[in-house]
Design a binder for this molecule. Sequence first.
Ligand SMILES: [Zn+2]
Length: 470
Amino acid sequence: MRSRIILISIFLLAMGATFLFKKPHSTETGGVWSLTDHLNKLEYLTDSLNSILADTMDVRMASVEPGGTLGALLYSTGIEGNRYLSCCEIFIDSLGWTSVHVGDTLEALYARDTLTEVRARPRNGRGYYCIEFDGTAEPVDWYWVPEEQFRRLRAVTLVVSSSVWESIASGGVPPDLSPSGRIVTARDSVRKVAYIKGFENELANRLFVYDIDFYYDVQPGDSVWVLLEETRYPGSSETTFRRIIAAKYDFALGGMTEAIPFFHQPDSLAPDGSAIILDHYHRDGASLRTMFLKMPVPFGRISSPYSDSRMHPVLGYTRAHRGIDYAAPMGTEIYAVGDGVVTVRGFTGGYGNMVRIRHANGYETGYGHMSSYAQHQEIGSYVRQGDVIGYVGSTGLSTGPHVHFEMKKNGSYVNPASEILPPANPLLENDLDFFMLQLPVLESTWSIMAGMDIPVSQSEGTESSNTATE
Ligand SMILES: [Zn+2]
């Protein structure tokens, strides 16, 4: 109970603090930002700034021209000899900056004619690569510096006309989605589609998937109130969809359904120090989701059901099929059907590229024939229900693009279609007490929270900071 109060207090405090301070530049993870740290850093910054001002600073800049190379970029900023070789090696081998594009820039910082730092900014990247040099021009450190990100809460009310997609497109996309405020370039429209897709997926395939049938229940005139969280990149003036914090769906014919947020620790399978997670509940504390999704693809046709004996299409003899095959177009996203830990991620013979996930209560799921895996996951990663783990393919023994989906309970195969799907951890005892306590507080603050910028809390589920591009 006490820890829950602390968690929520941290959340509310973090939001309150935003009015007063901006997030200090920080790449470390874990821990809650504290004012003293911030002041210490500020003092350090002033000191180093003074010492820099005492020196003569020289910044040489160059950007990639059509047909330009990394080598040319380095030469034009005066980087030669051993420093040239070490820069090439670090950029390509250690930092993974393997190809330069027109518009990428390079800055070489010199103090009293000695190279101190090299910064490379990929044009559409969310930050820059940095190589630090000591006084003798030896590289001492190199890393990726992410662009400062902000989370922003925004409340929108959508009136459903024909489809959820259409209502998001006409009223749910932020006005500052693109740098110019309008959809001008191909890149802008790709990002608009990605925003709507993320929003619709979260609303229809995750939050309300068991409460609303978006094919039969939805009527023109229904309205949805959504408190959503966006990532704002101040450097590039771009906004992306992040997740839904709370939602209410009002049916035109009467009745409503709600998704009320609760922040808590993940289940016991998650490794120690895992990020605090957000789940959604009904007003009585019942979870909005079941332990498993119905299927691992957003839309799919069962091409081969679970059976204890069937004719194998490739092998040509009778073999049990202890899983369900879902046919879906090549490249379709494959979701983890429940929260859990990745135990297998690799080529496994007949099932081709496969991912296995261990879940709570003795369950395990497997996903075969993938064309490729999701980025930023590995064996041991904790994934959440609905996270993309890979993409539909036809690797291994397969006649066409499909995902082979199987489920085990306590080591034995079970039919996922007939397996009773237990509800996802409902709120109990202390959690439920606190949920009831915070409900009126949340409701009264939702309207205030809308339109705020929240600094990214490194301790709570942020995207990987190693990516240079989207
Ligand atoms: Zn199969």
